[in-house]
Design a protein around this ligand. Sequence first.
Ligand SMILES: [Zn+2]
Length: 151
Amino acid sequence: MNESPIATFLKNRHEPCPACGYDLCDTAGEACPECGLGLRLQLAPRESAGLATIAGASVISAGLGFSLLLWVVMIIAYVLEWGNGPGVYRIHLALAAGVVLGAVCLAIWVRLRARLQRASPRRRWLLVLACLAAPLANLAAASLVIFVIGI
Ligand SMILES: [Zn+2]
């Protein structure tokens, strides 16, 4: 009779149950004899890109959220007729660009997450830094409009 791959794997090997920590050494079935958790063997990447993927998405989302929040504040200020200089449209334009840029970057980041998994860790974190550059560039552009050109 053929042994299941998991029984072969656990023969003479001391592996703890992922749920209860029971020593699964020589377990013949496909469930933990202690807690009944179903077990399976699987291949997994040695190093996960999860943290870099989440970091990049967080950085992009933070930039997008910041631009959106500032834009909402500017719209409220416009409605309240507070600080409505003739050049105020430039700030709206810069913040709208930040929102669109953030949304596009986030969509690209989510779409390319599988490729991120295959990239080297160094390249992955460089891409996260690049994600940080987009909202910072937008913030710099908005600041330039407000403090140098003026509204
Ligand atoms: Zn268990």
